[in-house]
Design a protein around this ligand. Structure first.
Ligand SMILES: Cc1cc2nc3c(=O)[nH]c(=O)nc-3n(C[C@H](O)[C@H](O)[C@H](O)COP(=O)(O)OP(=O)(O)OC[C@H]3O[C@@H](n4cnc5c(N)ncnc54)[C@H](O)[C@@H]3O)c2cc1C
Length: 469
């Protein structure tokens, strides 16, 4: 039984890993050169509690369940989660009414431990929150993580359990051929028994190619500002939501920086790659974020970026089944949180339908790249005595060592961003100004590529454009 997963974002990666628990052949197709570089790369990285989603939607069905599943998943796949908790701040009585609505909705959606706090209790949890607030909705179960790391970890584990991945391979269309499906890709034609379309912003177009009608997607852009201002907030801070969405937030990231955003701007369906930030969007982020946390210091800006939500008119995920083909469309927020629960259900459905048998030798554990900054002095000493390259700091901002960069390459990094998104080297204050060349030298040595061949991320994103001595 051959199963194709199209898209190595958070959804496709977790589905692929889930299928490798069974006696099937799993192949992943990803048009980009690495895993988790689509919508999964640029978002808030929040494990939402699940009170925001309209009851009886797929978002509500999967959000709080997905949130809970992340605890076990992070232990198996060895990625970090910070259960920071979240606060929705109300600035007046009208907004307090919205908190009461959210509390009611949360209870219907099965969200645990949700409660409304007085102004003083909220300020105790979050001392830098605006003094103007009058109350806040508190959820201790919300958290933050690096979403791309989950996708990388899931794919690594899937590959260890026998899956195959075709990177830089675009699926152009899906055709039914008798009982099988023919995928026409940029690297040839492949036949499968089951196809899961988890192509994010492009899932609607791929479904169409297979003759399946789904509501079309348009991107909804979210612009962000990332600050090198650690510990300014402890929890994920939301304003009260509006029709446009959850609003502009202030949150601590898993890497101990502070993230402001996102905006919510509907773009045209043809603008699925428009990830530029704008002066207008960023000004809005600043204004709204400062209302929540006046202490924000913009002179600490590390970078700005934008992500695109795969949005549809019904504001819910769409899961369309056609025989043994499943299309997962409109994976807007909280798709990251919901992903493990969606993966469990989709795979469970196919397992039951096709009577797939469990493997005896599935290995759930993925070993992460050691992170020197997270280690105790004794752990560091032990590792460095075994491998001295862990004692050689390459990225001074985030204290990433040569050993970690070499390990990232062994874990599949073939571009500078591949190293960056596996180690956090070049993620810090200097954004690679000091360490990029050193990293290129390590890549040259480990992969055997010339300096001129090394790219930042996509083909043609070379760093040097001629022969370097
Ligand atoms: C601004 C913003 C903020 C968000 N914040 C949160 C949050 O805090 N918490 C939360 O739970 N959710 C959040 N989300 C939603 C979450 O990011 C998404 O639900 C999730 O990342 C979607 O994952 P995916 O796997 O469906 O899509 P993707 O990550 O885009 O994966 C799809 C993959 O398919 C590939 N692909 C596309 N077409 C093809 C093709 N033809 N052939 C081969 N490969 C193809 C793409 O390159 C991509 O890698 C946010 C989203 C945005 C944009």
């Amino acid at each position: 039984m051959k199963i194709a997963i199209i898209g190595a974002g958070i959804i496709g990666s977790l589905i692929a890993r889930e299928f490798t628990k069974y006696k099937v052949e799993v192949e992943i197709f990803e048009k980009l050169p690495d895993v988790g570089w689509g919508v999964t790369k640029a978002n808030s990285g929040i494990l939402h509690a699940g009170y925001d989603d309209e009851p009886n939607t797929l978002r509500a069905k999967y959000c709080s369940r997905g949130n809970e599943m992340y605890t076990e998943l992070s232990e198996e796949l060895n990625f970090k989660i910070k259960r920071t908790g979240s606060l929705v701040a109300a600035f007046n009585d009208k907004e307090v009414k919205i908190l009461e609505e959210l509390l009611k909705r949360g209870k219907i959606n099965g969200v645990k431990d949700l409660r409304i706090l007085s102004r003083l209790s909220a300020l105790e949890i979050e001392p830098n929150l605006s003094r103007e607030i009058v109350a806040a909705l508190y959820s201790p179960n919300a958290g933050v993580l690096a979403p791309w790391e989950v996708a990388q970890a899931a794919v690594e584990n899937a590959l260890n359990n026998g899956a195959k991945i075709h990177l830089s391979t675009k699926v152009e269309s899906i055709f039914e051929e008798g009982e099988k499906y023919r995928l026409r890709t940029s690297k040839g034609i492949f036949l499968f028994d089951v196809v899961v379309n988890a192509a994010g912003l492009w899932a609607d177009e791929l479904a169409e190619s297979a003759g399946v009608k789904v509501t079309p997607l348009h991107p909804r852009r979210g612009q962000y500002i990332l600050l090198d201002q650690p510990n300014v907030v402890r929890t994920v801070l939301f304003p009260t939501p509006s029709r446009a969405g959850k609003g502009i937030l202030v949150l601590p990231t898993i890497h101990n920086t502070t993230l402001l955003g996102p905006t919510s701007e509907d773009l045209l369906p043809i603008e699925k790659e428009v990830t530029e930030t704008t002066a207008e969007g960023l000004s809005k982020v600043v204004k709204k974020a400062k209302k929540l946390v006046p202490l924000i210091n913009l002179s600490k800006t590390l970078r700005t970026f934008a992500g695109l939500r795969p949005e549809n008119d019904i504001k819910d995920f769409v899961i369309k089944r056609e025989s043994n083909m499943i299309h997962i469309v409109a994976t807007r927020s909280p798709g990251l949180t919901a992903a493990p629960a969606i993966a469990g259900d989709i795979v469970g459905e196919i397992v039951e339908k096709l009577n797939l048998q469990k493997k005896d030798d599935f290995h759930p554990i993925r070993k992460a790249i050691p992170k020197i900054v997270d280690m105790s002095d004794e752990e560091k000493e032990k590792l460095i005595s075994q491998n001295p390259s862990y004692g050689k700091v390459i990225c001074r901002c985030n204290k990433v060592t040569e050993g970690e960069i070499v390990e990232a390459i062994r874990h599949g990094a073939r571009t500078l961003d591949g190293v960056k998104f596996r180690t956090t080297a070049m993620f810090g204050r200097c954004q690679g100004s000091f360490c990029m060349v050193k990293i290129m030298n390590i890549m040259r040595r480990e992969i055997g590529e010339n300096f001129e061949e090394i790219v930042k991320n996509f083909p043609n994103s070379h760093i040097v454009d001629g022969v370097v001595r």
